[in-house]
Design a protein around this ligand. Structure first.
Ligand code: MN
Length: 158
């Protein structure tokens, strides 16, 4: 089990929630992303980017930004297992994140920076191109304070 999934496991009771425990260790060549619409106590969208064998995750209350220059708050949350990219279902009442989870968009993404994704994440500035069904194009994630990042739609540099 990946060490960075400790928090994910601590928060969940796998006998009660249908969410995946996660066992995959393989790192695939293509990096996937998923955005899940999560009808929790307050509706939000969960952005997850495959990085280093886990899904780096952010909760985006307003959903993805639509226009170039638009910035939406993205709260960094615990790493999720790769299997979570396929998860749709209902987290039972009383469990962590109770409510319906549905896949809103998914696909692969490309790192637009010359530094590795791990380094970009550490530095708090990620620039990527999403190749999804709904979302296509360049986006940035910029860390600004504690768990708070900005999810920004940016112009694709040619
Ligand atoms: Mn969520």
């Amino acid at each position: 089990m990946r060490k960075s999934l400790t928090t994910y496991h601590k928060k969940r009771e796998f006998k009660k929630t249908p969410e995946p425990k996660g066992s995959k260790k393989k790192i695939s060549k293509e990096q996937m992303f998923v955005i899940q619409k999560h009808h929790a106590r307050s509706l939000h969208y969960d952005l997850r980017l495959e990085m280093g064998g886990v899904l780096k995750s952010w909760a985006v209350p307003k959903g993805p930004p639509k226009r170039i220059g638009e910035k939406h708050l993205a709260i960094h949350v615990e790493d999720h297992p790769l299997e979570y990219a396929r998860f749709e279902g209902i987290i039972p009442k009383g469990e962590y994140g109770a409510g319906k989870v549905e896949i809103w968009d998914k696909g692969i993404y490309e790192n637009l920076k010359s530094d590795s994704l791990a380094k970009c994440f550490k530095n708090g500035v990620i620039e990527i191109k999403l190749l999804g069904k709904k979302l296509k194009g360049a986006y940035a994630l910029v860390h600004f304070k504690e768990k708070n990042w900005l999810f920004i739609k940016v112009r694709l540099k040619k």
